[in-house]
Write a protein that binds this ligand. Sequence first.
Ligand SMILES: [Zn+2]
Length: 160
Amino acid sequence: MAYTDTKPGERLQITFTHAMPYEWSVGLYGSKFFKEIKENGRFVGIRCPDCGKVYVPPRRVCGPCFKELTELVPLSDTGVITAFSIVNYPFIDPNTGSQRPIPYTYGYIRLDGADSIFSHIINETDLSKIKVGMRVRAVFKDKKDMQGNIQDILHFEIIG
Ligand SMILES: [Zn+2]
């Protein structure tokens, strides 16, 4: 039996909401990264023994040197905006399952003492008030509300 004679508008469609909860491991250093934020309200990076670069969040291997990384180093909660985008397109935030109110600003930040960039929300959406090179500081949730994930960082705020 062939269905090729059925026109597209005549085909049945079934609409439903499909919940798909899941969890995954953030790994050894990802766990240390989020635990340090939750317990001490600070960032931790990792230093390469060969080139000296500090990566945040910490990773297992330095790509250019191909060396295993083991030296965790505390980092400042301040840094510099290296790039940003003011988002005006609504979408479902995978971290919350809800639509993030627009506009919002997503930025790349180089934390003081780090050589890699870190991405997160910046709480400024006025294009005339935000520029690459501005200094920012992380704003964390209240310690009692922290859960050990990226949402423990509420956003970064401009400090100068
Ligand atoms: Zn290296």
